[in-house]
Write a new protein. Structure first.
Length: 120
């Protein structure tokens, strides 16, 4: 287990695209174990896309509903993968991108976690 490097990243924003990145490392293969997206509403109801890129087999897309009201909390998205998904190649970052929540949004957040192992 000493060859495993645990990875995590998180960020917040207000009505802006945000990302969490499991950084690439030379000679390492990253695996995504899960991610979470949360935040507050906006002036008008909308949806925000969550795109996970850099994965073996291609990108994955989820959607989070953004409620009306800048102080109204969203229903969070929490994805914990029973089988972590590898990156598409060695030395490839895995990126979770969340689109802007909409006008008036005061807070959105994303967190991703996983690990990397030496390529064989």
């Amino acid at each position: 287990m000493s060859d495993i490097t645990y990875l995590k990243d998180s960020t917040t924003g207000s009505n802006a695209q945000i990302t969490a990145t499991l950084a690439a490392s030379a000679g390492q293969l990253d695996y995504l174990s899960g991610f979470a997206v949360n935040g507050l509403g906006a002036t008008g109801a909308s949806y925000a896309n969550i795109i996970v890129s850099g994965l073996s087999g291609g990108s994955l897309v989820w959607t989070i509903m953004v409620p009306v009201g800048t102080g109204v909390p969203c229903n969070p998205i929490l994805v914990t993968l029973a089988s972590p998904i590898p990156a598409s190649a060695v030395n490839t970052a895995i990126i979770v991108t969340v689109s802007a929540f909409g006008a008036g949004n005061l807070l959105s957040s994303v967190m991703a976690w996983g690990y990397s192992v030496p390529s064989s």
